[in-house]
Design a binder for this molecule. Structure first.
Ligand SMILES: Cc1cc2nc3c(=O)[nH]c(=O)nc-3n(C[C@H](O)[C@H](O)[C@H](O)COP(=O)(O)O)c2cc1C
Length: 358
């Protein structure tokens, strides 16, 4: 049984959320415990997933402030690009002290280059180095990196050994179940990788060839948890506090990782974390708060990248801050067409006035 699950207290009371009164009627209070990656304590046991083109420094810091997860991860960083000192890649070393604990995710298939890059990010302040064995994108897999390592176990182990030997910080691995359902290699590989010194695993419970099809099969998270003694972070389709507790109860995992549900909704992690800490469901934030965070996101990114690039980059994400609220579809159409921060702000102000949000 996981540390987390075993630490759940006996019910101490009931909580009735104003907004979730129906589903919360049977909710009981409990308190979960931190889990450890090396000497680093992760609490609440909620992790912001690494997401390319999403979890840059500005977004991580916003999520840290609003969502208060126990751990945040950078987007995946190419170790070849680090090796060749590609400036755009070096600009991704944009983490700050306030984000810690912070995991920096690397991808690559060459053990020496992975080791070199791991040393470099450790020196630059990474608290944890994570190895990507889940990315199924052909551009990445063609180079023998990401999920390609799940069908080349020998290389996977060489990469892990080289990285573990290169750094003093804990090394973790994020993987999928295997390449496809006829190559479910994650569990036998994880046992070997644990022997080599991997400090924790994250399992996105789909195969690489599945992409995002179907539902994540959480039963594999349970099987992994039963197969290794280091912490296991479950991942795949956790969107709400109730999803998170269901995953923990079904699998015994030590923590949950949240990806898509955090995009345009950094508060989702706070709702999940608060629930795991207290058993209480927090209400959704007010429309005005959501708009405030959307504006903070675009303004901060503009400070780093310039206005045009920030607005263009966030076109797909900003509408998500108001998704589900009355008038959101129209606001979305307008935000997508906006070219300046003033235009984004104007769309959102009109949206707030017409939705009577405060
Ligand atoms: C836009 C996007 C980018 C992603 N980039 C990465 C990445 O850089 N590294 C990685 O390991 N996984 C990446 N993923 C996968 C997520 O980390 C996560 O495993 C997956 O989305 C399942 O979790 P979810 O159901 O909570 O979204 C990405 C996912 C999305 C949606």
């Amino acid at each position: 049984m996981s540390n987390l699950l075993s630490s759940l207290n006996e019910p101490t009371g009931r909580y009735k959320s104003r907004r979730h009164a129906g589903e919360a009627a049977m909710v009981v209070k409990f308190r979960c415990s931190p889990f450890q990656i090396g000497n680093t304590s992760i609490y609440p046991p909620v992790v912001l997933a690494p997401m390319a083109d999403v979890t840059n420094g500005v977004f991580r810091r916003l999520v840290k402030k609003v969502g208060k997860p126990g751990l945040v991860c950078t987007e995946q960083i190419s170790t070849y690009a680090i090796h060749y000192r590609n400036q755009k890649t070096l600009n991704m070393f944009d983490w700050q002290l306030e984000e810690h604990p912070l995991s920096v995710q690397l991808f690559g298939g060459n053990p020496e280059i992975m080791a070199e890059a791991a040393r470099i990010v450790e020196e630059a302040g990474a608290g944890i180095v994570d190895i990507n064995m889940g990315c199924w994108v052909p551009k990445v897999c063609r180079t023998g990196a990401g999920a390609a390592l799940l069908r080349d176990e020998e290389s996977a182990l060489k990469v892990v050994e080289a990285v573990v030997n290169a750094v003093n910080v804990p090394v973790t691995v994020k993987m999928r179940l295997g390449w496809d359902y006829s190559h479910l290699t994650s569990i036998p590989l994880a046992k070997e990788m644990e022997r080599l010194g991997v400090a924790a695993f994250t399992l996105h419970a789909r195969t690489a060839s599945q992409g995002y099809e179907g539902s994540a099969d959480w039963s594999w998270i349970r099987r992994l948890k039963e197969s290794v003694s280091v912490p296991v972070i479950g991942n795949g389709d956790v969107r709400t506090p109730l999803d998170a507790i269901a995953m923990i109860r079904e699998t015994g995992c030590d923590g949950v990782m949240v990806g898509r549900a955090a995009i345009g909704a950094p508060w989702a992690l706070r709702q999940i974390g608060h629930y795991l800490e207290t058993g209480e469901l927090l209400p959704d934030p007010l429309p005005a708060e959501r708009v405030g965070w959307a504006m903070e996101h675009v303004r901060r990114l503009a400070e780093e990248w310039g206005e045009v690039q920030a607005v263009t980059h966030l076109r797909g994400q900003l509408p998500l801050y108001v998704k589900g609220l009355p008038g959101a579809a129209r606001a979305r159409a307008e935000i997508v067409a906006a070219k300046t921060i003033a235009e984004v702000e104007s769309c959102l102000r009109i949206f707030l006035e017409s939705s009577d949000g405060q």
